[in-house]
Design a protein around this ligand. Structure first.
Ligand code: SF4
Length: 460
């Protein structure tokens, strides 16, 4: 690791502030209830450009137990029949949208997230996957991925996933230290993680991601060094290392985490350094916010070729795909619209039974939103921005249009987080740790006077 990569604690303290993660622009708190089922149905009908591929997302909101750090939309339950009921409604929603979709549009990406998609038993996995393939036109090389909880997983579920066309898996690990695992109510010994990882490798999954987390109770620098060593030994294709966002005012169950058990700011920052150093030595490339991949990975290739994009599914190579998302709380996206489903599974099911769709909020983006979305996304994906390419694409004078933003960037430039010349704005190596702060300079909503600001997690 080069010397300037050592994060300066004073700088991290200075820039640690609440901020969006920019999986959408504007961020989800700006979606409004005046966009509902009728608007989403109309948008699907009017946006059937056969040249635009599709990315599908399925949300399975159920989990066996509650991880105390969880920030997802989920329901902890032991009642498996709930998932059976839910699947019936999910299939109805899939039918409603498939009926409105040009059947020639290829599905290039499918992702099952949650909650815990592997809450579904092997038979239901096959049933839901078959239903999707019957209703949509999957490309032969579609990326088909699933989030996996190693606890309680059976080999037959992995085999059902593979037989159903899944080729990528993301396993939740977070930390291998038992004391940390107990404090967050997610105990999964390393031997279990290794066994499950081996199943996915043996079944021929082409890409395996492991999710880690920092900022959990009882984490120490030494403990995390061990976690990283063991994880690197497994040799996953990708790694995502998220910082725990302690937002008990939004996620009430996070009150179960004892605040005084959380590592302090200095420890978290030292862990951040350790992650960058360890993963760089292990030949992983830092993609941007929280994500790492092997040099031959297509995300790394896309970043090099400036075709990487960012959406609700994280970093993606499918910039021009419309996202059709199914299930409670899921968010769909076309070029012009974001549409979010009802979050509570029972209420979602009621809406589906009455309307076939369950949209409760959304947002139609303005031209200004699209310009800013381009700028923010390019900065977060390419780690650089060409003023002239934005000018040509949107027919604007960049410096005049973004005069306020450029002014807001000046202190970040002075602190060495960005470099600017007459055309390019570049995120420096140090600036990679402050990507959200850099992007926030271009966020018109964040910088506009308003009555009540949405509450975001901290940027560092
Ligand atoms: S398994 Fe995932 S979604 Fe479920 S409670 Fe744990 S972190 Fe949340």
């Amino acid at each position: 690791m080069c010397a300037d990569m050592k994060a300066d604690i004073a700088l991290l303290t200075k820039y640690s502030q609440p901020g969006p993660r920019y999986t959408s622009y504007p961020p989800a708190p700006h979606f409004a209830e005046d966009f509902g089922i009728n608007q989403w149905r109309q948008e699907i009908i009017e946006s059937q450009d056969p040249a635009r591929p599709l990315s599908l997302y399925i949300h399975i909101p159920f989990c066996d137990t509650l991880c105390y750090y969880c920030g997802c939309n989920m329901v902890a339950t032991q009642k498996y029949e709930k998932a059976m009921d839910y699947l019936a409604y999910l299939k109805r929603e899939i039918d409603s949208i498939a009926d409105l979709t040009n059947s020639s549009r290829p599905v290039v990406q499918l992702h099952w997230g949650g909650g815990t998609p592997t809450f579904l038993k092997a038979e239901e996995i096959r049933d839901l996957a078959t239903h999707l393939r019957n209703r949509f036109n999957f490309a032969a090389d579609a990326e088909v991925s699933v989030e996996v909880d190693p606890r309680g997983l059976l080999l037959e579920q992995v085999q059902a996933l593979r037989e159903s066309g899944f080729n990528r898996a993301s396993l939740g690990v977070q930390d291998i230290d038992e004391k940390v695992q107990k404090a967050v109510n997610r105990v999964q010994p390393l031997s279990m993680i290794e066994e499950v990882y081996g199943w996915f490798r043996n079944e021929g999954f082409s890409s395996i991601n492991l999710d880690l987390m920092t900022g959990l109770p009882h984490q120490t620098l030494d403990g995390y060094r061990t976690t990283l060593k063991e994880i690197v030994r497994l040799n996953p294709d990708r790694l995502a290392v998220f910082g725990y966002a302690h937002v008990p005012w939004m996620k009430k169950h996070q009150k179960l985490i004892i605040q005084s058990d959380l590592p302090n700011f200095e420890t978290r920052m030292a862990m951040q350094d350790l992650i960058l150093e360890t993963l760089e030595k292990a030949d992983y490339v830092h993609i941007g916010m929280d994500h790492f991949a092997k040099p031959e990975d297509e995300l790394v290739k896309a970043q090099r070729e400036k075709t990487l994009w960012r959406n609700f599914q994280g970093y993606t190579t499918h910039r021009h795909a419309d996202i059709y998302a199914f299930g409670a709380s899921s968010i769909s996206q076309t070029e012009d619209v974001y549409a979010q489903n009802e979050k509570r599974p029972d209420a979602y099911q009621k809406l589906i039974s009455e309307n076939g769709l369950a949209t409760v909020k959304g947002y139609r983006v303005t031209t200004d939103d699209k310009i800013r979305r381009d700028v923010i996304t390019e900065l977060m994906c390419d780690l650089s921005l060409s003023r002239s390419s934005i000018e040509n694409r949107w027919n604007i004078d960049f410096d005049a249009y973004f005069a306020d933003s450029l002014q807001r960037l000046e202190p970040l430039q002075a602190d060495g987080l960005v470099e600017m010349d007459s055309n390019e704005i570049r995120v420096t190596v140090l600036g990679r740790l402050f990507l959200r702060n850099i992007a926030m300079s271009f966020d018109a909503y964040l910088n506009a006077p308003k009555q009540e600001a949405p509450r975001y997690s901290m940027t560092a």
